[in-house]
Design a protein around this ligand. Structure first.
Ligand code: RB5
Length: 155
């Protein structure tokens, strides 16, 4: 079973809304299933509010990976990384989008609608979605991320 056997969780605030819509069309062309957790229009909203349901869907196993969007990609990545079990990366280069899956086992890719165009965003999404976590020497490092989460949760 790969992460793509489950639908992809999508979410955006108003700053990322147009990019989310472009990515939806791209995923549809590729025959990839997704669940859109909003926002459903370009009206102003707060990125933590849209990040949370999409991230919950990933950590609860209803979705495999998340693609998240805001104006910069940064705010929604901060929100996503507050959710236990989420490893979100804000990327605007294809190498990082690929290697955050391969080395960090990232489960959320964040992009900025005011930073990257639709063409680059599709390439970032493709690199992220098609890469597989390599495990091996990376397992101990990812486990240390989880250990930090667990220590913080116990406070
Ligand atoms: C909204 O204007 C903007 O602040 C938000 O989309 C995001 O860029 C924050 O990180």
């Amino acid at each position: 079973m790969t992460k793509l056997d489950k639908p992809i969780a999508l979410a955006a605030d108003h700053g990322g809304f147009a990019l989310k819509e472009a990515i939806k069309a791209h995923l549809q062309e590729k025959g990839l299933e997704f669940v859109d957790f909003g926002t459903t229009d370009g009206a102003a909203c707060d990125y933590p509010d849209v990040a949370l349901p999409a991230c919950n869907a990933v950590v609860e196993g209803r979705c495999g990976l998340a693609l998240l969007f805001c104006g910069t990609g940064v705010g929604i990545s901060m929100a996503a990384n507050k959710v236990r079990g989420i490893r979100a990366c804000c990327c605007s280069d294809v190498f990082s989008a690929e290697f955050t899956r391969r080395h960090n086992d990232a489960n959320a890719l964040c992009m900025g609608g005011r930073v990257v165009g639709a063409g680059l965003a599709c390439s970032l999404a493709d690199a992220f979605l098609s890469a597989e976590y390599e495990g091996g020497r990376h397992d101990a490092r990812v486990a240390k991320l989880t250990a930090i989460e667990n220590q913080q949760a116990a406070l």
